[in-house]
Design a protein around this ligand. Structure first.
Ligand SMILES: C[S@@+](CC[C@H](N)C(=O)[O-])C[C@H]1O[C@@H](n2cnc3c(N)ncnc32)[C@H](O)[C@@H]1O
Length: 259
């Protein structure tokens, strides 16, 4: 790995309001058929509704929703506990469940009911028992502290209304010494606020993107160490902006009293 891609942890919050989206416009009722009352939401309901609607509709499709090889590059080991955030139709979670084996465990987390139904059906059909799917938001994961050896995610973190809160949750659920491997998109230029505050555009997986430097600074500010960019695409157009995809890994520093 090129050393220029390796970053060291930096203390303190990233003082940038662009990590948090602007208040969304009130939901105009177009998502009235979507049930969102079953989870306690720290996010604007309009965003959760837009995500639920878009991704529940895509649950039965075969379209590719990946933006990198996070699961492949995570090298999950037998006996590990892994969490896949934004688990979608569950393919990565199923592969992780196979890798960690019967002595390990995998949690898939998603907010779209249609995706969760599809993923649970697949796991049941395949008789996979070391895997469970939970409905929860990235910013408020329904998981205990320090439960995971490994966190993976593919094309999901960009949807977070509050990026720092989402990454703080990754940090919270990781055991000391645990690692994350995440594929996501970043924006080539600052995304105009009119797009960033549009729930539909954020749900479409482009308007919530932040610039590369800001993305990596957020990880660093959360306390992660050994941050590495493992792969990166050429820029491409998505929605109304230019983005690139990358896969990033990092580690939660082990406890100082263990050395
Ligand atoms: C682009 S899809 C990727 C799905 C899956 N990781 C894959 O690679 O096929 C993004 C997934 O993240 C979920 N998601 C988006 N925003 C979320 C949020 N705030 N909380 C939880 N899940 C979210 C969506 O429901 C969707 O299943």
């Amino acid at each position: 790995m090129n050393s220029r891609n390796r970053l060291s942890p930096r203390a303190g919050p990233v003082p940038n309001s662009r990590l948090r989206v602007e208040p969304f416009l009130p939901d105009a009722g177009s998502h009235a058929n979507v049930t969102t009352s079953s989870i306690k939401s720290p996010l604007p309901m309009a965003l959760i509704s837009a995500i639920n609607q878009r991704y529940s509709a895509l649950a039965e499709s075969t379209c590719c929703l990946l933006c990198g090889g996070a699961a492949d590059r995570s090298y999950a080991q037998l006996g590990e506990v892994a969490v896949d955030i934004g688990s979608g139709r569950g393919q990565d979670a199923l592969r992780l469940a196979e890798a960690v084996g019967p002595t390990g465990h995998v949690y898939g987390v998603d907010v779209a009911e249609g995706m969760l139904e599809k993923a649970r059906r697949m796991a049941e059909k395949l008789g996979v028992t070391n895997l469970e799917f939970r409905r929860s938001e990235i910013e408020k994961l329904d998981l205990p502290d320090q439960v995971a050896d490994l966190v993976t995610s593919n094309c999901t973190m960009n949807h977070a209304a509050d990026k720092s809160a989402a990454w703080a949750e990754v940090y919270r659920i990781l055991k000391p010494g645990g690692r994350f491997v995440v594929s996501d998109i970043y924006a080539l230029h600052e995304v105009p606020v009119s797009f960033r505050s549009d729930p539909k555009a954020v749900a479409e997986c482009w308007a919530g993107a932040v610039e590369r430097e800001l993305y990596l600074e957020t990880l660093s500010a959360c306390g992660f160490s050994d941050i590495e960019v493992l792969e990166e695409s050429a820029p491409y157009k998505k929605g109304a902006i230019e983005v690139a995809s990358f896969t990033v890994s990092g580690q939660k520093v082990g406890c100082c009293c263990c050395g």
